[in-house]
Design a binder for this molecule. Structure first.
Ligand SMILES: [Zn+2]
Ligand SMILES: [Zn+2]
Length: 181
């Protein structure tokens, strides 16, 4: 078992194998995703299995890690643990024996093995991570969020706006209520 630290694998030898040929890799990868909503906190660790199939290489991977996302209420950074599972077929663009380009049926460029026989799981991992992270993540279940008026983080305590009502209509109401007392 080899340990790989990137998302790229040279599969030239595997492509020369007969159908059923296998490779296993221990991986620890830290791809640098640029998306605002997807900053990687911990490296993704797991195994990548590759199987030589008729049309190319079947990749099966299970990776655990964590990403940093913003709390939907208070916008604080939240570390969100994720597990991504991948099962994808990658197709060569070059015949490894003859060195000639082959007709490609696959339309998704992320699933093509390049002319140097490099198979890159980076884009597939990125897409799987995006699906693994829910749209709404909270720093904690009862996050108080931000005040809609002043923007203060209400987890840190009440803000000025909630203490003194500035709307004159409330002053009138308060006066009526105090008359009743
Ligand atoms: Zn929050
Ligand atoms: Zn406020």
């Amino acid at each position: 078992m080899k340990t790989s630290h990137g998302t790229e694998f040279n599969v030239a030898q595997l492509l020369k194998d007969p159908i059923g040929g296998r490779r296993s890799y221990d991986v620890e990868i830290s791809p640098d995703f640029q998306e605002e909503e997807l900053r990687q906190s911990d490296p993704l660790i797991g195994t990548v299995e590759m199987l030589r199939i008729n049309r190319g290489v079947l990749v099966e991977a299970a990776l655990d890690g964590a990403v940093t996302v913003e709390c939907s209420r208070c916008l604080r950074d939240v570390r969100y643990p994720v597990t991504v599972e991948i099962l994808e077929e990658f197709q060569p663009t070059v015949d490894v024996m003859r060195g000639t380009f082959v007709a490609v049926e696959e339309e998704d460029a992320a699933l093509l093995i390049n002319e140097h026989h490099v198979l890159d799981i980076g884009e597939v991992v990125r897409q799987a991570l995006l699906l693994a992270v829910p749209l709404q993540v909270l720093c904690r279940e009862d996050c108080a969020g931000l005040c809609l008026t002043c923007g203060k983080d209400l987890n840190l305590g009440p803000c000025e706006c909630s203490q003194d009502a500035t709307d004159p209509r409330w002053d009138a109401l308060a006066a009526l209520l105090s008359e009743d007392e």
